[in-house]
Write a protein that binds this ligand. Structure first.
Ligand code: SF4
Length: 109
């Protein structure tokens, strides 16, 4: 589903979008714009706010979250070959590497 989205890394908090379309944009706690409504997101005001944003921080994001979830599920951990894993911290990894090394050494002996 198409969603209205403000890239907080790009927003400079100039307030143009909030002034043009307060129905969809407002300042968040950090002083950057946030989307406050996903209703009627193709309105003329939204289009105006988008084209007035000096940093092009406003866009439509289509299925970004869903895509990210799928990528995370499909991603195969390079350390243990489990899908969607990568919860290792460095100490765990060090331990795994030591254990692998020890078991290889034992089977070679
Ligand atoms: Fe941020 Fe763009 Fe809105 Fe200005 S117009 S507050 S830069 S999103």
């Amino acid at each position: 589903m198409k969603k209205l989205f403000v890239n907080k890394e790009a927003c400079i908090g100039c307030g143009a979008c909030v002034a043009i379309d307060p129905e969809h944009f407002d300042f968040g706690d950090e002083g950057y714009s946030e989307v406050i409504s996903q209703e009627n997101i193709e309105s003329a005001n939204v289009q105006n706010a988008m084209s007035s944003c000096p940093t092009n921080a406003i866009s439509y994001a289509e299925g970004v979250e869903e895509e990210k979830e799928v990528q995370e599920e499909e991603h195969q951990c390079e350390h243990c070959e489990k899908k969607g894993c990568c919860n290792h911290d460095d100490e765990e990894l060090d331990e795994e590497i030591k254990n692998d090394f020890n078991s290889e050494a034992e089977s070679a002996a």
